[in-house]
Write a new protein. Structure first.
Length: 146
């Protein structure tokens, strides 16, 4: 495999697979009588254990207070989103097939903030980015208009 593909597989394709499976399992948890708070507790515990395992596998124990603060803040936003998804699944019997394309529009937020905060404009082809954005928005509209 060419070295340029390794970060795309590790940081893109495999996480997409795992996040997709996580969404289906979140719906399974909701159908099994779970609650949003207990889902978040289980999810958080699993995240913590996975982090400990991952640290052992990778062997990297780099740590700074500032990095920990950003990580905790990211966790708060991720958990808030997961809690809201669980609430929609449990209290409103929402369809994961409709919710998933909507909450995965998060990429638009990440791309916009990456461009603004980290000045990643040189790393993207702007016309393609704009076309991709329109396609994502159309996809969200198509899914919700069904």
């Amino acid at each position: 495999m060419e070295s340029r593909w390794i970060p795309l597989v590790l940081g893109g394709f495999l996480p997409a697979l795992f996040y997709g499976l996580a969404g289906v399992l979140q719906k399974a948890s909701a159908r099994a009588g779970g609650s949003a708070p207990l889902y978040l507790i289980g999810f958080g515990l699993a995240t913590c254990l996975t982090g400990i395992f991952y640290r052992q596998v990778v062997g990297d124990s780099t740590f700074t207070g500032r990095a920990a603060l950003w990580a905790l803040l990211a966790g708060v936003f991720f958990a808030a989103g997961a809690g809201l998804i669980s609430t929609a699944l449990i209290q409103y019997d929402a369809s994961i097939s409709q919710l998933s394309p909507l909450y995965n529009m998060n990429i638009l937020v990440a791309v916009a903030l990456g461009l603004l905060i980290f000045a990643e404009g040189d790393a993207v082809a702007t016309p393609r980015l704009l076309v991709g954005t329109v396609i994502i928005l159309l996809g969200g509209w198509l899914v919700t208009s069904a």
